[in-house]
Design a protein around this ligand. Structure first.
Ligand SMILES: Cc1cc2nc3c(=O)[nH]c(=O)nc-3n(C[C@H](O)[C@H](O)[C@H](O)COP(=O)(O)OP(=O)(O)OC[C@H]3O[C@@H](n4cnc5c(N)ncnc54)[C@H](O)[C@@H]3O)c2cc1C
Length: 615
């Protein structure tokens, strides 16, 4: 692409929660956009069928496998039952396909906390980051299709719930009628409700579960039982992929997508980003399970643009790309012989994540509803299991859900202003990511897990550093968990332990159903053993904050409040890396929201300069 008339206005690298909606918005606003994605557009039942979300995360055509260290100390790291010695780390899947990680996510769409945005407004001095302004962006994204739990307060446009109804992301909750298909599902839901009422003294006339995305629940920082909103459209997954494809159908001339191209470097001339260098080819990246089948090293290719390059490769790949382009900590770049264009020590620093733990039980017998179910796509005969056939007939039944039954949102004794724990029930074994975890989990029909997630963790000492100058070589990812990392590790540990306490109290209400707690089990009955279990087995999957927005005088700041890379013109980052602190309880909704804000900022900036040629 050398003819300057033919250059796109913008190049967006990565089609996930950050890059996908941004590319679509820019194209709709009249700009020409080249969206470059290392993966392909892969659609299969694992993508579509919500219950198969775990299978999706192990689909070799949609994922990259990173192996990360929680601890630098070898002996501590090896205590994790999920540690894979050959790979020197713990599996950490990421989406590498159209839609990025939203193509393989568990679909949970829970609104962030208001303090996440108000803190950014204070940090940047820009009220456009305020919780109120950001809520309008969520409303623009969301198309709420769920049933309101409280018939006296029906969710309608303009009402106090402040849901969005006309956005592009269809969000719903599992049809409550489905719970009655399995008496044990009802028992679990009732146990969570009973625990919530007992904890908060909620009278019977107050309807539960709460809607965690209702503006009143969010702004009043409420706690208690909540249903799990999911990005499901009439029984099917939807996410960044659908947003991109819809915009491309409407504007094929303005939104071009280049698949199977691994961006290797940003091209910077005279202090300005003017394009990107790529390696052309499928499965080139070392984290790609098909990397051994790649045809050669990838043909070098360059793309240039007229206005800006926007990186949205996610919290691991965006810092990798910046460093390969000469932007990062001087010492690290010099050690690898990379010419330093800009010494930015914050690139790849400040890596954050949740702490998660699964409390897994064996039930006294298999769930009757799962009889004959394989939680998989049809085999060669083309005939799926009965629940798959039910889903295929009208996109209904248990496979139209992501499997979560209900949740309990709470504040630990060490929480800040916002609730910092969610505990939710899954009728399967889920105790973290390890190779083959999804197939192993599908085999057992007598498991019940309460997953505990810690929000607003204090672990900020993680790093993403280059292993080599080869763009196909995944970076080294080190988290520095708990006491190995930042101050406050003990508080994080305490909160997770309290989350396990909530899970155990709910489980205690399920006497006739639960045979035994398997994980952590009786070996972790005393408090110190329980803490050790959490240190050993905790994991995360909301990696973020590696190219953080920060003040001008903050040496660790990478971006300004409008996503611009401090020190280089024409270069922005719009993905999970931009947060100074990990937002909310789940992260995808927050990334969608920053993508909307980036769209407003960029469209506003270039429209002010005389409008767009194509608009
Ligand atoms: C298994 C799993 C389950 C999850 N479940 C949930 C959930 O239920 N709820 C929730 O809120 N969050 C969930 N998340 C997290 C959430 O999906 C991510 O945090 C979010 O998608 C991050 O958005 P992003 O834009 O930063 O990156 P991503 O969505 O990961 O997108 C990055 C894209 O960039 C592409 N890319 C990277 N490098 C290059 C390169 N050099 N050249 C070209 N392309 C490149 C990648 O292929 C990818 O498509 C889950 C994540 C995983 C992995």
């Amino acid at each position: 692409m050398t003819d300057s008339d033919d250059l796109p206005d913008f190049i967006v690298v990565g089609s996930g929660a950050g890059g996908g909606p941004l590319a679509a918005n820019l194209a709709e606003a009249g700009f020409s956009v080249l969206l470059i994605e290392a993966g392909s557009d892969h659609r299969c039942p694992y993508y579509d069928v919500p219950i198969m979300q775990a299978r999706a995360s192990e689909d070799p055509d949609m994922r990259w496998d990173f192996f990360v260290r929680h601890y630098a100390d070898d002996a501590r790291q090896r205590r994790d039952s999920k540690f894979v010695p050959d790979r020197d780390g713990v599996l950490y899947p990421r989406g590498a396909t159209l839609g990025g990680s939203t193509a393989i996510s568990a679909l949970v769409t829970i609104y962030p906390h208001n303090s996440d945005w108000d803190d950014l407004a204070a940090l940047t001095g820009n009220p456009d980051w305020s919780a109120d302004a950001m809520r309008a962006r969520f409303q623009r994204v969301e198309a709420w299709r769920g049933r309101d739990p409280d018939p006296d307060h029906p969710a309608r446009p303009g009402d106090a719930s402040r849901h969005g109804f006309d956005g592009w992301l269809k969000v719903t909750r599992a049809n409550p009628a489905l719970a009655s298909r399995e008496p044990w599902f009802l028992d679990v839901i009732n146990a969570i409700e009973a625990e919530s009422r007992a904890t908060y003294g909620t009278p019977d006339e107050v309807v539960l579960p709460n809607d965690p995305n209702d503006w009143r629940f969010v702004s009043e920082r409420r706690e208690g039982m909540a249903f799990i909103p999911v990005s499901v459209d009439d029984g099917r997954r939807n996410g960044a992929r659908e947003r991109i494809l819809a915009a491309q159908r409407a504007h094929p001339d303005r939104l071009r997508i280049r698949y199977d191209a691994l961006v290797s470097r940003v091209i910077i001339e005279k202090g300005r980003a003017v394009g990107v260098a790529c390696l052309d080819g499928a499965h080139l990246y070392g984290a790609d399970p098909g990397a051994n089948h790649a045809h050669g090293p990838g043909a070098p290719l360059e793309f240039r643009c007229r206005r800006e390059v926007i990186l949205a490769g996610g919290a691991y790949n965006t810092p990798q790309l910046l460093k390969l382009s000469g932007i990062g900590p001087r010492q690290e770049l010099e050690n690898l012989g990379i010419p330093v264009l800009l010494d930015r020590p914050g690139v790849g620093a400040n890596l954050q994540d949740r702490y998660e733990i699964g409390v897994v039980h064996r039930t006294v017998h298999d769930y009757p509803v799962f009889e004959g179910a394989v939680l998989d796509v049809p085999g060669r005969d083309g005939i799926g299991d009965p629940l798959y056939s039910e889903w295929a007939a009208d996109r209904g039944g248990p496979y139209s859900t992501n499997g979560s039954l209900a949740s309990f949102i709470a504040r630990s004794s060490v929480a800040g202003a916002e609730p910092d724990l969610i505990v939710f029930a899954l009728p399967v074994d889920f105790h973290g990511y390890f190779p083959g975890y999804s197939a192993e989990s599908a085999l057992k029909h007598d498991q019940l897990t309460f997953v505990v997630l810690k929000a607003h963790t204090r672990n900020r000492a993680g790093t993403v550093t280059l292993n080599s100058t080869d763009p196909r070589d995944p970076p080294q990812i080190r988290f520095a968990y708990f006491d190995e990392g930042s101050e406050g590790g003990d508080d994080d540990l305490q909160a997770v332990v309290e989350g396990i306490g909530i899970a155990r109290r709910i489980a205690a209400r399920l006497d006739g159903m639960i045979a035994e707690e398997i994980i952590p089990g009786p070996k972790a009955d005393d408090p110190e053993a329980l803490r050790q279990f959490v240190r050993d087995e905790a994991w995360g999957h909301h990696a973020s904050c590696t190219c953080a927005i920060g003040a001008e005088d903050d040496p660790m700041a990478v971006l300004d409040g409008d996503f611009r890379l401090r020190g280089i013109d024409g270069l922005r980052v719009v993905d999970a890396s931009v947060f100074p602190r990990i937002p909310g309880i789940f992260i995808a909704s927050a990334v969608y929201m920053i993508s909307e804000r980036a769209s407003d900022v960029i469209i506003g900036q270039y429209s002010e300069r005389g409008g767009t040629e194509n608009a």
